[in-house]
Design a protein around this ligand. Structure first.
Ligand code: 5AD
Ligand code: SF4
Length: 493
């Protein structure tokens, strides 16, 4: 799919734009800035924006880049879409209900858009990588101004420039089938000054039969170690103490690199554990987290690197999806129940204090009561601190969509059963730290309890304790007095 229906006034400016990146985007950010300045003079009002993000950490991180670009252009960020002149939806399409949510939002904007001629609506992200969705939005919500996908979100300024200078009311649409070029180092606005996500790779090659991600995020592409280490160093110099390394499957980091790299030339086998230990050497960086690990690729070398490095969080998010070997095979997960349980044993042997978390799906085609029992067995065995449970959602274009689907009553009943087990196990597991003292990275002042602050332990569990604003962004040793299910109450020691 490559749809471009832009009608452009300012051809001369566009002709004079640099052809290489990121210079081209810098150029369009400057041009948009000039247009916004004119708009402010005319209206006496600084235009505002809000980016609404759906979905995973990857999307959240992409949104930080969109926000960075809009701030640079001269827009002002506002907390809700109600106050915004420019709304961008960064969409997710992993499950169908995300699509429905977006259409609901769009439906409610039509009137507002009619009464505010300066209002802009943009939609980007995974959902836009599907031709049928783009066509539906164009026909049902023709008032949308910008549509772009996952491979070209860095082009926001360029597309916005087209929109602001076009003669007619058409939607500017640019969705690419495959990544054309990869652009880093554009402005980004981090949600927190003291912690940040860093993409180490894009896309996924696993093709689990239920999953849309490989179709909307493309094949796996790893960033070079030089590029990643340079970004982490920069972030640490800017005050970041915690980094989350992000990828759909970090354990296959290094199979396909985006670029030639000196490290790769010298060490052709450079892999994720190598990257982790290089990141851990960066002075000033205090805590390293990573996500997500596919169980089929988690190596002994990775566990050894974690064990040897106190800076690396004792937390592994290890999506199991299902407990039954038969269902796992149908899902193309490439491990069995026994393989997974053996992996849990190995992890716990090497990292006794580890926190395991997971994703579980209920209702995959063909799943029986017996299969659900396997899932429950795994939940009990793995003693997850937290498990995200999802009802299987049919995604058109995936192999599982062609399989015979289960009736929703059966799925709902099984889902409740699994959820109840998850609640029991995770409340028990996550309370095992009660009475211990743990290092907590303070994130914010607590909105509900006066005089309290909120932070996270290295396994991501929340802790509330009496404190003050000055502690935000610092690590505080906190005695965990009381486990409350998904969080702790404690006091600084
Ligand atoms: N239906 C329901 N859940 C899904 N996930 C991925 N695809 C689907 C789907 N079609 C879940 C998986 C994955 C998490 C991010 O989303 O559990 O680990
Ligand atoms: Fe989807 Fe499987 Fe890739 Fe995860 S590993 S993104 S579930 S295809």
């Amino acid at each position: 799919m490559d749809i471009k229906d832009t009608h452009i006034l300012n051809q001369d400016i566009i002709q004079s734009a640099p052809t290489t990146e990121p210079a081209r985007q810098e150029f369009f950010m400057d041009r948009c800035h000039e247009l916004i300045e004119e708009m402010i003079i005319e209206s006496g009002h600084k235009p505002t924006f809000h980016v609404e993000t759906f979905g995973c950490q990857m999307n959240a991180h992409d949104s930080e880049k969109l926000i960075g670009i809009l701030l640079r252009i001269g827009y002002e960020e506002v907390a809700t879409e109600k106050e915004a002149d420019f709304i961008i939806y960064n969409t997710c399409t992993v499950r169908e209900n995300a699509n429905q949510k977006l259409y609901g939002h769009l439906g409610s904007l039509k009137k507002r858009k009619e009464s505010n001629k300066n209002m802009l609506i943009g939609i980007c992200g995974c959902m836009m990588q599907q031709t049928a969705v783009v066509e539906y939005i164009k026909s049902s919500f023709g008032f949308v101004d910008l549509i772009f996908g996952t491979y070209n979100f860095y082009k926001l300024a360029e597309l916005l420039f087209y929109k602001l200078t076009e003669t007619d009311k058409k939607t500017v649409v640019e969705v690419l089938d495959v990544p054309e070029t990869h652009v880093e180092n554009l402005p980004e606005k981090r949600k927190y000054s003291f912690k940040s996500g860093v993409n180490i790779m894009y896309g996924c090659n696993n093709f689990c039969t239920y999953c849309i991600v490989p179709y909307v995020r493309g094949r796996e592409r790893s960033r070079t170690p030089e590029d990643i280490l340079c970004e982490v160093n920069r972030l640490v110099n800017e005050g970041c103490v915690e980094i989350m390394l992000l990828g759909q499957n970090v354990n296959s980091y290094g199979i396909n690199f985006l670029d030639e790299s000196e490290t790769i030339k010298a060490h052709p086998d450079y892999d994720f554990p190598d990257l982790l230990s290089d990141v851990a050497k960066i002075e000033g960086l205090k805590r390293i987290r990573f996500m997500t690990s596919h169980p089929k690729d988690l190596s002994d070398k990775l566990l050894d690197v974690i064990a040897a490095n106190p800076k690396i969080a004792r937390h592994i998010h290890l999506p199991v999806q299902a407990g039954s070997s038969r269902i796992l095979k149908a899902m193309n997960r490439r491990y069995s129940k026994e393989d997974y349980l053996a992996l849990v044993d190995k992890i716990r042997a090497k990292l006794p204090d580890v926190s395991l978390t997971t994703d579980i799906m209920v209702g995959f085609p063909g799943e029986t009561e017996e299969d659900i029992q396997d899932t429950i067995d795994v939940i009990r065995y793995a003693k997850y601190d937290q498990a995200f449970t999802f009802i299987y959602s049919i995604r058109s274009g995936t192999p599982a969509a062609k399989m015979e689907q289960l009736p929703s009553e059966v799925v709902d009943k099984n889902f409740e059963k699994v959820l109840e087990e998850v609640r029991k196990v995770s409340a028990q597991s996550s309370s095992r730290f009660e009475g211990q003292t743990k290092s907590v990275l303070v994130e914010s002042v607590n909105d509900h309890m006066n005089g309290y602050v909120t932070g996270r332990m290295d396994n991501n569990i929340l802790v509330h304790f009496p404190g003050n604003e000055e502690q935000i962004g610092t690590f505080v040793d906190v005695k965990l007095d009381e486990a409350k299910g998904f969080y702790y109450l404690g006091h600084a020691v």
